[in-house]
Design a protein around this ligand. Structure first.
Ligand SMILES: [Zn+2]
Length: 303
């Protein structure tokens, strides 16, 4: 098994995490953040099981956002073998659910979007794309309910669902069917990765924020502002991570660029963002060492 594209946190999730530590998110945004975090955890759990149990010649492609003929679709995970593409939509739902005439709901009654409908659409759009490429691969699509504490009543045997107790056996089945990978399979996996789009619209999905409303201060990647900063190093009192001042400042720069991609990166801006936690001169020299200077001394900024 070879991973062609590994999973990363989405830009939206990273942005929400930054805002969560620097502002007070409203309840709806906070709930959304938690659901994205849970979804990501579920996907990582799926990845770990694939790593453990898929040991045949197969290519794994995670997390694709593809646009084709005006339609955008998102794929959680793909396994490409010599003759089949296995497509997975991963759900980390927890609790008791029921399926009634195509409608998914909690047993308490609250309805939720049925992922089987989304899966059908994704499969069809992928099928069309492969057809356009002249690569009519067989596609097998499944919903994976990854959480051990998930129960579904009234599911139909025909529904393409994989429950937590079945995933190991499912992957074993792929191992058993696998033959040597062909050039075409490799080509196809790479073509899909090339087609992946970076979500450049994530800012529109974030709640609105302004620089002056954000909590300032250097912070640890764990999210804590509780740092002990000396001349040379910095210690996080929450997770005990030790970082150089350079790493600390670059972490802030990463956050700034994520939240304010259109702002010019200046020493003053980074200094404001770090809230006087690091000496101005130190910030300037770190920016000089890691970025190239643009513009004149007066209006100098870094890229
Ligand atoms: Zn920390």
């Amino acid at each position: 098994m070879k991973i062609i594209k590994k999973r990363e946190k989405s830009k939206l999730l990273i942005g929400l995490n930054y805002l969560d530590k620097r502002t007070k998110l409203n309840d709806a945004d906070k709930r959304y953040l938690i659901s994205l975090e849970k979804g990501f955890e579920g996907e990582e759990r799926f990845d770990a099981l694939v790593k453990t149990h898929l040991n045949s010649e197969a290519l794994v492609v995670n997390d694709l956002l593809i646009e084709s003929k005006g339609n955008t679709f998102q794929i959680d995970a793909l396994i490409v073998t010599f003759d089949t593409i296995y497509l997975y939509e991963i759900k980390n739902y927890k609790g008791d659910f029921q399926m009634n005439s195509g409608q998914l709901s909690y047993t308490s009654g609250q309805e939720i979007t049925n992922p089987l409908i989304q899966l059908k659409r994704t499969k069809e759009l992928l099928r069309q794309l492969l057809k356009d490429w002249g690569m009519p691969y067989r596609i097998e699509a499944h919903i994976v309910f990854i959480n051990d504490a998930f129960t579904l009543y009234n599911a139909s045997l025909e529904d393409p669902i994989i429950f937590p107790t079945q995933l190991k056996e499912h992957l074993g089945g792929i191992n058993a069917r696998c033959r040597n990978l062909t050039k075409q399979a490799n080509h196809l996996a790479n073509k899909l990765v090339d087609r992946h789009q970076i979500n450049s619209l994530f800012h529109k999905q974030l709640p609105s924020y302004r620089f002056e409303d954000l909590r300032t201060g250097a912070s640890c990647p764990c999210g804590s502002f509780d740092l002990m900063i000396t001349q040379r190093a910095c210690y996080c009192k929450t997770c005990y991570k030790q970082m150089s001042i350079e790493e600390l400042v670059l972490e802030s720069v990463k956050e700034l660029k994520h939240l304010f991609p259109d702002e010019k990166l200046t020493t003053a801006l980074v200094n404001d963002f770090c809230g006087q936690d690091v000496y101005y001169r130190k910030i300037r020299s770190i920016l000089q060492n890691n970025f190239s200077v643009q513009g004149t001394t007066q209006g100098a900024f870094y890229k």
